[in-house]
Design a protein around this ligand. Sequence first.
Ligand code: CP
Ligand code: NVA
Length: 313
Amino acid sequence: METNDLVSLSDFSKEQIFALIRETKKIKTEKDIYAKSKPLAGKTLALIFQKPSTRTLVSFAAGMAQLGGSPLILNPQDLQLKRGETLTDTAKILSRYVDAIMIRANKHEDVQEIARNSTIPVINGLTDKEHPCQVLSDLFTIVEQKKLSTPEDLKGIKISYVGDGNNMAHSWILAAALLGMEIVVSSPKNYTAEKEFVQKGIELAKISGGKISLESDPMAAVSNTDIIYTDVWASMGKDEERDHRKQIFTQYQVNMALLAFAKPDVSVMHCLPAHRGEEITEEVMDGPRSIIFEQAENRLHMQQAILLHLLRA
Ligand code: CP
Ligand code: NVA
């Protein structure tokens, strides 16, 4: 059976992304109306986390409850997955009990396998390759914080991603390419975004008019930019490389000196959690250019828009 999934950001069209951003604004401003009408009453969302989470877990669980639905947090250690039951069988069984699955997985292929074998929507809550829910929410934050008249105006925004070419960079490349934005990804050699995502971004950008580029010099990358975006230098699963990476990434720290090369009204974003004093200084994170905490709040509102989009009958 065909289902609506959000495994990769590119599962959604430009029009669907714009609609999600509009609904997020409505949910944020009409919170009480949604809470009263309980549009997801009777629906259950299974949440599976193979890696830690604060924002994704709490915003999906609280968001589901606020819309009248029930979140069901499943620890993979408590499931028969731990004893070798396959992802395929697990997906088939869960499809008979709940209405959607959100999974944070070590391997992107695992989420793809679950999606292929489920008859209900499957949402990627982060993998080694992508973090689509984060970027959808970030797009809303940019529209809100840059006071854009419509989501379509994102087309005029330039974003400079400075740091590890990881899951966040990949989802950002896809988003910019779909919406016709300009993105420059600045990472040290050997830590750049994967070719597959850069190639896909370049192909998609041909249709949207977007611009995707890689620039190893972070100061050149932030020139004339609207948004500086960063993420940890060592993602979950790479913790043992943290000390080694600290040496390699020093030049890529988002600090006041780097901000001086961007527009005076540049906004700074970080998906969090941050390693304060590594990829971003305290001064920038807590300073006037930071929209990081508004960004984190908006995860809640966008998760609700995603759930409504995938689950509303
Ligand atoms: N940004 C993000 O996904 O945070 P968590 O790891 O806390 O969910
Ligand atoms: N790149 C980070 C994102 C955390 C939300 C990680 O995968 O750990």
